[in-house]
Design a binder for this molecule. Structure first.
Ligand code: C5P
Length: 400
């Protein structure tokens, strides 16, 4: 039996050309046994008629917030209570903006604000609108509040251009919607995740650091939390907001990150090391700011502890997932680290490529474990994080 059997899904449709695909989505959800009611925005009705969705769903389509007749039938509060989940597909930039700001000036946004059920949005819009900072900021605040974001895909767009912003493929959407009801993959498990760079002080004002943004680790923390885990995020200096319901511990140096990591191990099932830890630190941190009097300056560096290797070497080691950023011989180096650090899994990425890896919104991973391998092709780090958490959960369960 499908996870969707008997589930009440409120399908929200906002005004984009992809609205015609929502009819097929509704059908596929019904095939899986879901009961669907539809709320459309006024703009959506310009693209496809409510009659289509009334005929398919077998119920009147709700459109107006201030319509006394429909409010006396099933008003916004009843609709919000009825729904086991709300899925907005397509979600336009405008609708995402309203949700992000908590506006409730039409029926769809009012129902969302009145509901405590899981909310998922499948964005669809022109690729320029998608890439605007305003849209991305709105998405980030929705994501932080636990809203599920499905897609978008990239490819040919109705506007004649090519790029990111197509509504996620219907089959993939149905699979994603199922995850709203499946038991959380990491239910009840405790995860520690290291993220970001470390700063190794030279004197009171200077440090040795690196360009890690922390985006991959933060995306993993968010995905793990959404998968039901209790997450502790040990973060080097970043400018990222804390993910929703994640305990964050801020550190600066590798030694602080090691100590904070070790402190979590009494109660930790899975340890994920995404941090770009500085390999060396200055032996003697100057107490005062170093003056530029001499023509040359020698700093003596000493090796930092390998946090991940120390965690994995413990007799009571949690399940470990490491990362390997490589510029060449990806597989060889990754497998070496998997073996030497005695890890359960390692996710390797090629660095030094345009718009992927360090500081980018995108990444591509090759994931290895003893005797196996899976590629996770280039994608937005949040989507990749969900895929990696799924793979990790499968392997963790196998080893229990
Ligand atoms: O050996 P390398 O630095 O390439 O290994 C990368 C992996 O080890 C990453 O998972 C990283 O977070 C972790 N690591 C660590 N402590 C270090 C160096 C790397 O935890 N000092």
């Amino acid at each position: 039996m499908s996870e969707l059997s008997g589930k009440k899904i409120l399908l929200g449709i906002s005004g984009g050309i992809a609205a015609y695909k929502s009819a097929e989505l509704l059908r596929r959800l019904q095939d899986q046994g879901a009961e669907i009611r539809v709320v459309m925005t006024a703009a959506a009705c310009e693209f496809i008629t409510p009659l289509t969705f009334q005929a398919l769903s077998g119920h009147p389509v709700a459109i107006d917030l201030l319509d006394t007749e429909s409010e006396s039938a099933m008003g916004h509060i009843e609709l919000a209570r009825w729904a086991d989940a709300i899925v907005i597909a397509p979600a336009t930039a405008n609708t995402l903006g309203k949700l992000a700001y908590g506006l409730a000036d039409d029926l769809l946004s009012a129902v969302c604000l009145a509901s405590t059920s899981p909310l998922a949005v499948a964005p669809a819009m022109n690729h320029v609108m998608w890439s605007q900072q305003a849209t991305q900021d709105n998405l980030n605040s929705l994501r932080q509040r636990g809203v599920h974001i499905f897609g978008p895909d990239s490819g040919h767009q109705a506007c004649g251009e090519t790029g990111e912003g197509r509504l996620m493929d219907t089959g993939a959407l149905v699979e994603n919607i199922k995850t709203l009801f499946s038991p959380p993959l990491l239910d009840g498990l405790k995860l520690t995740i290291t993220a970001g760079p470390t700063y190794e002080a030279i004197d009171p004002v200077r440090f040795i650091g690196n360009r890690s943004s922390g985006k991959m680790g933060y995306a993993l923390a968010q995905a793990a939390q959404q998968a039901g885990a209790q997450v502790t995020l040990i973060s080097g200096p970043t400018s990222l907001p804390s993910p929703h319901q994640v305990k964050r511990i801020d550190v600066e140096s590798a030694e602080q990150m090691l100590q904070a990591s070790l402190d979590t191990l009494d109660d930790c099932d899975i340890f994920i090391a995404t941090a770009a830890v500085a390999d060396y630190r200055v032996r003697q941190i100057a107490e005062q700011k170093i003056k530029k009097s001499a023509d040359s300056l020698n700093l003596e560096l000493v090796k930092n502890p390998d946090i991940l290797a120390q965690v994995a070497a413990r007799a009571d080691s949690p399940f470990t997932l490491g990362f390997a950023a490589e510029t060449e011989k990806l597989e060889e180096h990754a497998l070496n680290k998997l073996q030497h650090k005695q890890l359960n899994m390692i996710a390797a990425n090629q660095v030094g490529q345009a718009d992927s890896g360090f500081n980018s919104e995108y990444n591509a991973l090759q994931v290895y474990w003893p005797g196996g391998h899976q590629a996770l092709p280039r994608n937005n780090k949040h989507i990749l994080a969900r895929q990696l958490i799924q793979l990790l959960a499968e392997h963790y369960k196998k080893e229990q």
